[in-house]
Design a protein. Sequence first.
Length: 316
Amino acid sequence: MNHIAKLAIIIPCFNEEEVFPQSLKTLIALRQKLIKKNLIAPASELVFVNDGSKDATWQLIEKAHKKSAFVNGICLSRNFGHQEALLAGLYNTTADIYVTIDADLQDDPDVIEQMVESYYQGCEVVYGVRSRRNTDSFFKRNTALLFYKLMKILGVELVANHADFRLLSHRAVAAMQSFTEKNLFLRAIVPLIGFKSCNVYYERKKREAGTSKYPLKKMILFALKGISSFSAVPLHLITLSGVIISIISFFLMLWTIYAYTQGSTIVGWASLMSAITFFSGITILFMGIIGEYIASIFIEVKNRPTYIIEKKTSEQ
């Protein structure tokens, strides 16, 4: 090992005052352990990104910085979102390697040592992958499985059972900055970088304090963002469905004309209404899918900033 890398651990925070003290203590101990093993440089730091928290999270970050200079904070002007907070930390910190991990530390921080070792072995992207999902509810476990299968069918490259717990080299982060889209879905962007990558496996822990910041509604919106940002398959399916429905309609029209010439009485109010209802539903569904893509385009063309930094502990 010719050069000991400087590590920056990026931790996005949104209303995490309950879990922050324990997370800070755990990560400080981990940093010290890695320094003693000569895996990371003494200049390595912890960077907490306050994503518009309404509680005392930022005050706790400032207090930790005054006590330990290697603990730094970035405060966003409002709540921009988890993915945006990750980018704010990555793009405003200088290091050789970066690890992103959520403040609740449900992703096992001890695995970071394996990630760093994998980096020295030549991997510039190291994914933290859950070995099993036994801590999830039945509903969350199966919807997650369905999501990964759906994304694979739609042609989106994802690492199964991987969220945003990963290591990135400085070169990988620099390459990621060339992706300028506003509809952020990092789980699909990172594999597009293409540098050598590998997986490390761990078991996800239960949250020790606080509440999950990803309820069902946010999970659904996040999935829709991923699909509309990285796959055009739904649009192609609309075209294909339109062709199939047109062909079926054409043959039904021929059958109707034939029945009329034979003098058959065309009855069936119920079947007529069923057909109208069915095709109306299909039309509204297709319009909704197209609307999702138009909404994505709408956000992109405005080119608004991904995040706005209000202040940093390094400036105080």
